[in-house]
Design a protein around this ligand. Structure first.
Ligand code: SF4
Length: 369
């Protein structure tokens, strides 16, 4: 009964908020003679906006552009190929998050490598991989470290456990990314005109509200940190519209139950203890200086890239336009393969595989039948 009451109350609030958001969007359109364009940075927001129906309800009023916040989607093809090639040795166990299993490499997927008899395991946390290493000391256990600031502290926790337990057959193949450098890159290149950002709740939980103040201070754009429920998304869009209407460049925390001004100092300490900034390649963009984190020199014995080499083959070219989707240049239906050759059952690119991918979100919730 309470659950039903909560749902009823929340849908009434959502309705009222939606009406207000539409009203504000119309005011914006009247004032600036165009539809406001906001980028949701985080892949979980992309999925939440589609799943809750917020994106569809607002499609004629706000241009919601999916940003580069899905970790699997932004990983470049050569890295995906290298990770799949890692499975080719008999004395290795490759551990990964489930999202990676079906990501198409140029010459197959991790799922196919597993079907071919290679030891590829899905784990819920990198610490699970440390325990697998502990139980299989005659084998090398490699964790595929893909993710943003939310994942890096978890990778640090695994290295801490491996260090404390003196586990020498565990390592991580790092391909982590940071949000600030990619946002700077997109803004500096002015590829998409934006009126503000819906900022990622989870990354902000680690990095804090202040971390995003550069958007206001240097780029004169507002940003609102949001939660993931319909009411939270609509509330944040309402605040973002109010800021954009007044050309008021502020970064607001609308997810205060979770996000603090300075983030999580403990998590940041462990990130910086094990990892240092490095240049990272991004799908469809190229290498951006200091846009990721790699294992510090003093912990290089945990760095799979130092321990193992893989044959580098040229990535196979496809018509997949994930690179443009990630940069907000096109919406998924503009890709000729969308919902035809490329579907969740037969994905051509990572944006259709990942649970945070724009193409998957469009396919599941926005597609016209
Ligand atoms: Fe790539 Fe498929 Fe998305 Fe096209 S629809 S951009 S092929 S993932």
């Amino acid at each position: 009964m309470q659950e039903l009451m909560d749902q009823y109350t929340s849908s009434k609030i959502s309705r009222a908020l939606l009406d207000e958001v539409i009203k504000l969007a119309k005011q914006f359109q009247k004032k600036f003679q165009r539809i406001p364009a906001f980028m949701e940075v985080c892949g979980s927001h992309t999925m939440a906006l589609a799943r809750t129906g917020v994106k569809k309800a607002l499609q004629n009023h706000i241009r919601l552009i999916s940003g580069p916040g899905c970790p699997v989607c932004v990983t470049d093809q050569a890295t995906i190929d290298a990770m799949i090639s890692l499975t080719d040795e008999e004395n290795r166990i490759i551990c990964t998050f489930g999202d990676m299993m079906r990501v198409p490499g140029s010459y197959g997927t991790l799922m196919q490598a597993k079907a071919n008899g290679n030891d590829v395991r899905v784990v819920y946390s990198p610490n699970d991989a440390v325990r697998i290493a502990e139980q299989n000391q005659q084998k090398e256990v490699i964790f595929l470290g893909i993710g943003f600031e939310t994942t890096i502290p978890i990778l640090a926790a695994a290295l801490k456990e491996a260090e404390e337990k003196q586990i020498h057959n565990f390592s991580i193949w790092m391909s982590t990314k940071l949000v600030e450098p990619i946002l700077r890159h997109l803004l500096n290149n002015k590829e998409v005109a934006l009126d503000g950002f819906l900022l990622p709740g989870h990354v902000s939980m680690v990095m804090g509200r202040k971390h995003f103040e550069f958007l206001a201070a240097e780029y004169h754009l507002p940003g609102v940190i949001s939660g993931f429920e319909a009411v939270e998304l609509l509330s944040s869009l309402r605040r973002l519209l109010m800021l954009a209407l007044e050309q008021n460049a502020l970064v607001i925390n609308d997810y205060q139950s979770v996000v603090a001004e300075d983030g999580n100092e403990h998590a940041k300490y462990w990130m910086n203890r094990y990892f240092a900034l490095c240049d990272e390649p991004w799908r469809g963009i190229g290498t951006i200086a200091q846009s990721g984190m790699d294992i510090r020199e003093e912990y290089r014995h945990f760095n799979a890239k130092e321990k193992f080499s893989v044959p580098m083959r040229s990535p196979r070219k496809t018509k997949c336009r994930c690179g443009e989707v990630i940069r907000g240049l096109i919406d998924p239906p503009e890709c000729v393969l969308f919902a035809k050759a490329c579907t969740p059952l037969n994905p051509i690119g990572p944006c259709m595989v990942s649970s945070e991918g724009s193409c998957a979100a469009y396919y599941q919730y926005m597609r016209e039948e």
